[in-house]
Design a protein around this ligand. Structure first.
Ligand code: URA
Length: 214
């Protein structure tokens, strides 16, 4: 069956991303390998989400000649990690853009209501001047993602993109309804949420699988 297409959503169906994602989904994959794969996939997602960054040229001398060579221009980046699972994606993003600033947003899901409760927020002062890339592996109910972007906007962020590993149609609709200006980048759109708010088929609890908790 054809997968639904959502406006403002880019599915990164690169063979390396899909291969690594399959290993991550497998419940037999151990914690260390899961974490390493998440970091590797994050670099590939980062490559896509930064594909249209503004460029300029700068004069340099190679050992053979002078040239004007391409460099990044425009806004500086901030990666905003939704704790705790966002940190898995953050590591890979920082591998590619080590000079980026980092925001941390601590949210937990109330297990009964699934509502996002904030317990920590720390971000650079100049969010208004930066491209903010929010990272959270699982776009499930979207409660945390919506709350994280609400807070970043309150603090001045204007140019925001959201990167996850897995999303579901319900989460995409809720997120895009709340923040239609924020494009989503994901490795897969899975089938549905279960009654506990988990993505099916999904990969389980991303934080638990990253850190070997539970
Ligand atoms: N968060 C997770 O870690 N996994 C899910 O399936 C949904 C939300």
């Amino acid at each position: 069956m054809a997968k639904p297409v959502f406006e403002g959503v880019t599915v990164i169906d690169h063979p390396l991303v899909q291969h690594k994602l399959t290993i991550m989904r497998d419940k037999r994959t151990p914690t260390a390998e899961f974490r390493q794969l998440l970091r590797e996939i994050a670099t590939l997602l980062c490559y896509e989400v930064t594909r249209d960054l503004e460029m300029t040229t700068t004069p340099i001398e190679t050992p053979l000649a002078e040239m004007r060579a391409p460099t990044l221009a425009g806004k500086k980046l901030v990666f905003a990690s939704v704790l705790r699972a966002g940190n898995g994606l953050l590591e890979g993003m920082l591998d590619l853009v080590p000079a980026a600033r980092v925001a941390h947003i601590g949210l937990y899901r109330d297990p009964k209501t699934l509502v996002a409760v904030e317990y920590y927020f720390k971000a650079p002062e100049d969010l208004a001047d930066r491209l903010t890339i929010v990272v959270d592996p699982m776009l499930a109910t979207a409660n945390s993602a919506v709350a994280a972007v609400d807070r970043l906007k309150e603090r001045g962020a204007k140019d925001i993109r959201f990167v996850c590993l897995l999303a579901v149609p319900e989460g995409i609709e809720r997120f895009r309804g709340a923040h239609p200006d924020v494009p989503i980048y994901t490795a897969s759109i899975d089938e549905k949420l279960n009654e506990k708010g988990y993505i099916v088929p999904g990969l389980g609890d991303a934080g638990d699988r990253m850190y070997g908790t539970k």
